[in-house]
Design a protein around this ligand. Structure first.
Ligand code: FMN
Length: 325
């Protein structure tokens, strides 16, 4: 399949693995890239720029295909060493960066000067247009369904993607709720040039997370995610568990008086316990509604091959047959 996204990034299939905290290590990024998609290392999961440089080098040992690095710009009292991370990306020879969170404008000149393509993840058409206007090469449009931070507008992809297609000139991928060949064909029909998946890639053999995380995703239905931190305007979609229920109770009780400090035990620094040690109730972790469509733990290659075969059958089989009658 040839789309503006496969052309832009020089990849075989229009499928991207979005940056994921404590999931997007070299093993997963390399497996996705080796399967013909675009794997992405999560920059900030590496505690220092030096560690990111090592992770990039490790990924290069695992694949000779292109891969990217995610840089998430979060509001923070003590911001991470972003100039250092950008330097590690440039010096590591990475040619694709996925930015997310705040406006990446400040970092674009340095990245572009080194021939790095930037895909910015946004949750609204206005942010996507902003990304286009500041010179991003593509955007990843994250609908309300998505795991992680869906923003505050609550527009699902069935509306958000065609709206993005109406307004954008640069190519975009559909993100949030994408799982299989049906998702890909639907995303293309709605105007996207590919798709980005988060939750689906966690439930793969190569994802370097505890088996209990993969089992939790397979066991979950589309009804099992919750939105947290809405009162803080930092909404996150997470898988429901004891910690999340506790957090939601606090949100209910404290109402408008809720502060970030009130929920620290449920959200701060919980990822290593969950993702690496499989302590499934240690805190809140991002997960999409798409969990309801995830029923197995294939390899990345099996998953991507299956997606492309299903998309092919849908386009040339089911949909084409409808037109022939
Ligand atoms: C466990 C987890 C951690 C994530 N961490 C990040 C992150 O650090 N930075 C980021 O930009 N997006 C992050 N995301 C969002 C994904 O990159 C992607 O946009 C999202 O998962 C797409 O929705 P889906 O889960 O329905 O496929 C995370 C998602 C999950 C599930």
């Amino acid at each position: 399949m040839k789309t503006r996204i496969t052309e832009l990034f020089g990849i075989e299939h229009p499928i991207i693995q979005g940056g994921m905290h404590y999931v997007g290590f070299a093993e997963l990024a390399a497996a996705v890239s080796n399967a013909g998609g675009l794997g992405i290392i999560t920059g900030l999961t590496q505690r220092t720029p030096e560690l990111l440089a090592k992770e990039i080098a490790r990924c290069r040992e695992l694949t000779d295909q292109k891969f990217g690095v995610n840089l998430t710009f979060l509001p923070s009292v003590t911001p991470p060493d972003y100039p250092g991370y950008v330097r590690a990306i440039i010096e590591g020879g990475v040619k694709i960066v996925e930015t997310a969170g705040n406006n990446p404008q400040k970092w674009l000149p340095a990245l572009r000067e080194h021939g790095i393509k930037v895909i910015h993840k946004c949750t609204s058409v206005r942010h996507a247009l902003k990304a286009e206007s500041i010179g991003c090469d593509a955007v990843s449009v994250d609908g309300f369904e998505c795991g992680g931070h869906p923003g505050e507008d609550d527009i699902p992809n069935m509306i958000l993607l065609p709206r993005a297609a109406e307004e954008l000139k640069i190519p975009f991928v559909a993100s949030g709720g994408m799982a299989d060949g049906r998702s890909l064909v639907a995303a293309l029909a709605l105007g996207a040039d590919g798709m980005n998946m988060g939750t689906r890639f966690i439930a793969t053999k190569e994802a370097p997370v505890h088996d209990k995380v993969k089992a939790a995703i397979v066991a979950a239905s589309e009804l099992d995610t919750r939105l947290i931190m809405r009162p803080l305007r930092n909404t996150e979609r997470v898988l429901s568990n004891d910690a999340v229920q506790r957090l939601i109770d606090k949100e209910r009780t404290l109402g408008e008086n809720l502060k970030f400090e009130d929920i620290l035990p449920e959200v701060a620094g919980v990822y290593p316990a969950i993702m690496q040690r499989g302590e499934m109730d240690a805190g809140a972790w991002s997960c999409g509604m798409v969990a309801g469509l995830i029923h197995d733990v294939p390899t990345c290659k099996e998953l991507i091959d299956r997606i492309m075969a299903q998309a092919d059958e849908l386009i040339q089989g089911r949909l084409a047959r409808m037109l022939k009658q």
